[in-house]
Design a protein around this ligand. Sequence first.
Ligand code: NBY
Length: 817
Amino acid sequence: MSMGFDKETFKKSVLFNMKNVFRKTVDEATKEQMYQAVAYAVKDVIIDEWIATHKEYEKQDVKTLYYLSMEFLMGRALGNSIISFMAQPDVKEVLEELGFDLNAIEDQEPDPALGNGGLGRLAACFLDSLATLGYPAYGCGIRYRYGMFKQKIENGYQVEIPDDWLKNGYPFEIRRAEYATEVKFGGYVKVVREDGKERFVQEGYQSVLAVPYDMPIIGYGNNVVNTLRIWDAQAINTFSLDSFDKGDYQKAVEQENLAKTIVEVLYPNDNHYAGKELRLKQQYFFISASVQRAVKKYMENHDDIHKFYEKNVFQLNDTHPTVAVPELMRILLDDYGLSWDEAWEITTKTCAYTNHTIMSEALEKWPIELFSRLLPRIYQIVEEINRRFQQKISQMYPGNQDKVRKMAIVYDGQVRMANLAIVGGFSVNGVARLHTEILKNQELKDFYEMMPEKFNNKTNGITQRRFLLHGNPLLSEWVTKKIGNEWITNLPHIHRLAVYADDPKCQQEFMDIKYQNKVRLARYIKEHNGIEVDPRSIFDVQVKRLHEYKRQLMNILHVMYLYNQLKDNPNLDMVPRTFIFGAKAAAGYRRAKLTIKLINSVAEVINNDRSIGGKIKVVFIEDYKVSNAEIIFAAADVSEQISTASKEASGTGNMKFMLNGALTLGTMDGANVEIVEEVGAENAFIFGLTSDEVIRYEREGGYDPMEIFNNNYEIRRVLMQLINGYYSPQDPELFRDIYNSLLNTMSSDRADTYFILKDLPSYGEAQKRIDQAYRDESWWAKAAILNVANSGKFTSDRTILEYVRDIWHLEKVNVEL
Ligand code: NBY
């Protein structure tokens, strides 16, 4: 138990906060008020540790990581915090004594959803591991007024509802007005000559005030509390008579608007670059504020800016924070008067870049017209970085214009952010072994040849504290009963479970727990979707963002195929199956939204057909998010990880399922490769083209889906049902676009870009193997236990230790109270 916690003190604190915040006693309080009072009481518990942690960092003059990310998909803080100071049973008791149920209180918290999907959630897992391992780190991001939209399904269609997560205030955050910082946009650059030297000054600009809010990141049982710092924007000189008089009325209003719009909303695209001006403003806004603050903080306790990199490291979470490179250069050149070479050495020793995708539509490229207008001084610096880099290319590859064309930072009227991130830092990493190899050998081949020493792999991980300890209390207790609790901070220890995999009693216990978790999910589905599902059926789950490369479409086409088989033969011998989907589509991604409609249309027909004896059910869970994800992973039998090989950089959902004892049905893509390596191919269901095969086809201009359409009757039958009104009698043309995308005909893309028809037969075979395998309960239980037992590699603690060893070089800190 953490030293800061005492049950009676905690109870008093809840009562005190209830009175102080709401002017109420506990028996008058609503559940929402109770949640707030408990959250404030939690803050009371950790506040001294939070202060002590930062005192200790200062005292030891530690090197600090700044994890720069547009997204932090934190999920609820309350339950996780209570677990971190190891007082869950006590808090539960206190609440019971006050007449409340802890789960119901946790349910009152809005999910802070300042992220889209994998990339944002990875950032959140990393912060958890950093604090638990005791490493000095800040998460730096944006305090979006509206996070990831809430998804409603109406008539089978996705409807987006604004996520007003700050509506009732967020009790865990603290506003730090004392660190407010000005960020400048637009205007022009003036050259000032001072004692023989040129200085560059931005004039005629608009600016906003960046105001940070801090959230505590609580380490597990170690008194360490790190900080997630997210920036809000405020108008700088709220418009005064003064500026009105000077005729600056227009500008004052504009600045007011800029502040309001800049942090208004998270862009809901994942793996897709949209090129919106406001997005670039968001990027520079939080980066300028974070970098300015990091430099100031460093200079408060040091006198030599040249050694900045010895005490600071910036990790760029994808290219979105890449303006950190020219922004640090700007501060060093313009504010500290360093020479270019001095500034460049510091910058390139401070910055490191993580790549999360090879999808070409995700590559960030800003038109120089827009970039230079918004960030005139930054653009000059980028031009100079580019000029010097092009010179270097020419030296290394004399006369090779092709190399310049491919690697230049500014080219074809665009600033290429990935190239800038690679050149401006000392490290480039991919997020799974296969992904990093593809970067080195295909996408970033030229850079790898020129600077191989920068490239390294860091296979992603997840925090077992949230995704097992908090999300799956039954399994978590069972594991601890069998092997002790060391797995909580040392996941590879969970391998000790392997010896129980063959034990019939343990198998039974494991399957009972899985069953209870399925009952819990069934209850959730009944409550939220009004659909009855049978917890004795196989729970086959695909939850993740909706994207064509992730191939939810292949999954539902297979369901349509199975349904046809059942209609032909209602006595078909199959284990009842519940196909569970959960996915948000980017608001402007039409085909993804149509796929959601298709899934719901198929569900509607199948779930209401009594003739198939309930052998298949299809459920689309509304509003997939971190809080219901925890319930879903715990209840899954089958984990669908079926992306087109080479497209999913890593995946992290795959790891969460494995940790909860689901078997992977997947392609050899991303981290699936390493999952199979750990658990053994015999304990997973692998199918489909390999990444080499996909890449070869792509080089040759694709394959011919029409051949499959011609020769495979079952596939043809399914595809025809997309256009004959089978699932949309009122509008037979509804799914025409999906049909066309597979076969092609008119669209500009290659037909079946993601090899869905190509992989469908082998996917169907793998599904059959699952049906057979599940009938042998003992085999299944053994394989499931072995999945849990072999998940040790996939803790984000391991990932962080590798980043620390190879990139960040941080020292562990002990915090005593
Ligand atoms: O990052 C995901 C990858 O798809 C997944 O394979 C990997 O496991 C995960 C963590 O490394 N990428 C991802 O989630 N990307 C985004 O969410 C994203 C968001 C916005 C933009 C691009 C990508 N954007 O350009 O606006």
